[in-house]
Design a binder for this molecule. Structure first.
Ligand code: PLP
Length: 421
């Protein structure tokens, strides 16, 4: 599953001791395993080989430049959701024809930039957006490629905040509206309708909701065919779940075995957009225990990382395994239950509640596991905290891939008007 393992009571990432990295870069820091990252990408690639899909890694999971570059070098395309992600995608050398662009709120400027770069297509989420893309393409005197993101109204059985394929969600276009749009597609003369897209949610651990969504969209494609509307690409989105705790998510192989028969002889070009599956278990957040505080009712482990660094527990009540970087052989303290919290002025600032931890002490370093996806990419400067550095291990070496922020970074963009000087 990943390359974070104990050897002689020391936690290693591939062949590097986490405690050695901590000595060099100080805590907190994010750490990614190159081998795990690429391993997960190749797992999907191999599982879906029969469909020869374009795999567009979803940058929102983690847009660290080195991490994205490693994936692009391995043959990945990229799924983007903003002008910023487009900028980074091009910076890491992704060919525009391997970039797909979703988001319910693309601005005119973002649309213009993406058309100018000739990305593969926009995943369009509404009629007004479609009309704007048509207008911008007309202004530029070009034809823009689009896929309609369909909302298939399927319950993915995941957290409600990361459910995206129900009709109560803001995402995508319902079947009837999509049909009406495609019937009059020739009136949008600056658009080339290339495909359809679905993405029903994230951290989905069963195949059944996907299969239902795929079956629904294949039925829709049949209906379009009967009305002489051809679809070239079908983008089946991302959302594959990973193990954080005791989940038993389908493997890429199991998932592919169920999906391939549905898509094999359709003549459609398939796109996949996994994010979490590739990056999630390839990264950890390392944090130092600053204090162990006992109150009449609770034990708190207070770390030097906070919810600004990793917001998933606060936002979704997400579970992250927490491991000491050094296992102590001499039993000094019995196992006890702790809330593992950060220094931020919010009671929502926690990584774990009532977690059993054994033999821990102030100064110890903890690894907050499975933090490679939606970790750093959701980090902020809340409480004027500096975002942590990001490090990548490959084999027996480690590389700083993003520096720790400085106080100057915190104020770089602030402007104090003359009247306050
Ligand atoms: N594609 C789209 C359109 C998304 O919104 C997301 C995430 O929300 C993804 C792909 C990636 O999802 P995941 O990281 O669960 O694979």
């Amino acid at each position: 599953m990943h390359d974070f393992k104990y050897k002689n009571n020391e936690l290693y990432c591939e062949a590097v001791k986490l405690s050695d990295i901590a000595k060099k870069v100080s805590t907190p820091f994010y750490l990614y395993s190159y081998n795990t990252l690429l391993g997960h990408f190749h797992k999907i690639e191999k599982a879906f080989k029969a469909l020869k899909p374009i795999i567009c890694y979803s940058m929102k999971a983690n847009s660290n430049l080195s991490l994205c570059r490693a994936l692009v070098q391995a043959g990945s395309g990229l799924d983007i959701v903003s002008g910023g992600e487009l900028y980074k995608a091009l910076l890491v050398g992704c060919q525009p024809k391997r970039i797909v662009y979703a988001s319910v709120g693309k601005t005119e400027e973002e649309i213009r930039q993406a058309i100018a770069k000739q990305i593969l297509f926009f995943n369009v989420e509404s009629l007004p957006e479609l009309e704007l893309i048509n207008k911008v393409a007309g202004d530029l005197g070009v034809t823009a490629s689009v896929a309609l993101r369909i909302n298939p109204d399927v319950e993915p059985k995941t957290h409600s905040y990361i459910t995206t394929g129900k009709l109560t969600n803001k995402f995508g276009i319902d079947f009837d509206t999509a049909y009406a749009i495609l019937r009059r597609k020739d009136s949008l003369s600056h658009l080339r309708f290339n495909g359809l897209h679905i993405h029903i949610g994230s951290q989905i651990i069963q195949a059944q909701p996907y299969l239902l969504a795929i079956k629904k969209i294949l039925g829709f494609i049949q209906k379009l065919k009967r009305n002489a509307i051809q679809i070239e690409y079908l983008n089946i989105g991302g959302g594959l779940g990973i193990i954080y705790n005791k989940e038993k998510p389908q493997t890429a192989d199991e998932f592919a075995k169920k999906v391939i028969p549905l898509l094999k002889n359709t003549g459609l070009r398939i796109i996949l957009e996994p994010g979490r599956f590739i990056a999630g278990n390839a990264g950890i957040l390392a944090a130092k225990i600053l204090y162990i505080k006992k109150t009449p009712l609770k034990n708190f482990v207070i770390t030097d990382a906070g919810m600004n660094d990793l917001i998933r527990p606060s936002l979704y009540g997400a579970y992250h395994e927490i491991l000491p970087v050094r296992l102590k052989t001499i039993e000094r303290k019995p196992e006890a239950k702790y809330d593992v919290v950060g220094p931020i002025c919010e009671s929502g600032d926690f990584f774990a509640k009532d977690r059993h931890l054994k033999n821990i002490a102030e100064g110890d370093i903890l690894a907050i596991m499975s933090a490679g996806a939606y970790g750093f990419s959701m980090a902020s400067n809340y409480n004027c905290r500096l975002r942590p550095p990001e490090v990548m291990v490959k084999g027996n070496r480690f590389y700083l891939t993003r520096k720790r922020e400085s106080y100057l970074d915190l104020v770089r963009k602030d402007v104090i008007p003359e009247f306050l000087k």
